[in-house]
Design a protein around this ligand. Structure first.
Ligand code: MN
Length: 231
């Protein structure tokens, strides 16, 4: 390990807790997949409506973990939840083959792709980038990671989100249009992936607004739960 001298104090390394241990997972980048769940159940196999997915990024500094409350952001009146399965990579690469992709996965978590929906709508209309809609402080609440060595690679089962005890979002992992291995393979054609990268894999139907004081409970079968409040 080299010891660098920096001209300012080194910024904190973003990281996530790992379930059942004090050790943490250091986060390098966060990639997000755009629309990735069909409105209706998709059986295993070919989807005739399959369009190539699109990607965007959030800064690792958007992460909120360890049960901390998420701050209600400035400059929005429509702060939307998107429950997502989060994939954490232990190994990077370019042009990763779909059949090798799961070998790059360290583990999984339950996360939220929080969105300033009103800002996003304006940006879409103006054909501008989504940065202020997607990558702001508190925009990536995420639960503890669980190692694939422990739970395998979840590709079936429920994904849902309750707000104040009421079901808002509900779907199933098998409804993902682009599965985790395909997503990793495609991303690796655009970016050299690195250990420490996270991928938020898209959200099922039912997105909606959160308000200050709301209590949120997200769940992904085989991965776990994420509970938080909005400050
Ligand atoms: Mn999303």
């Amino acid at each position: 390990m080299t010891t660098e001298t920096y001209v300012i104090d080194q910024p904190e390394v973003a990281s996530l807790p790992v379930r059942g241990t004090e050790a943490r997972f250091p986060v390098h980048r966060i990639y997000c997949v755009g629309r990735n769940y069909a409105a209706h159940a998709v059986e295993m196999g070919h989807d005739p409506d399959k369009e190539p997915p699109f990607f965007f990024q959030k800064s690792p500094t958007c992460l909120v973990s360890d049960g901390k409350a998420i701050p209600y952001p400035t400059e929005t009146a429509d702060f939307h939840h998107e429950i997502e399965l989060v994939v954490a990579l232990s190994k990077g690469g370019r042009d990763i083959a779909t059949e090798d992709a799961l070998g790059h996965v360290w583990g999984y978590a339950v996360g939220l792709d929080m969105t300033r929906r009103d800002i996003q709508a304006e940006l879409k209309k103006a054909q501008r980038p989504w940065c202020t809609a997607k990558s702001f402080d508190g925009a990536a609440p995420c639960g503890a990671l669980v190692p694939a060595a422990e739970i395998g690679h979840p590709d079936r089962g429920a994904i849902w989100l309750d707000v104040n005890g009421e079901r808002r979002q509900e779907g199933a992992l098998e409804q993902m249009i682009w599965k985790v291995p395909e997503t990793i393979a495609l991303l690796s054609r655009f970016f050299e992936l690195r250990a420490g990268d996270l991928i938020m894999t898209g959200t099922p139907a039912g997105v909606g607004a959160l308000r200050p004081g709301d209590s949120v409970h997200g769940h992904v079968d085989g991965v776990g739960d994420l509970r938080l409040t909005v400050a």
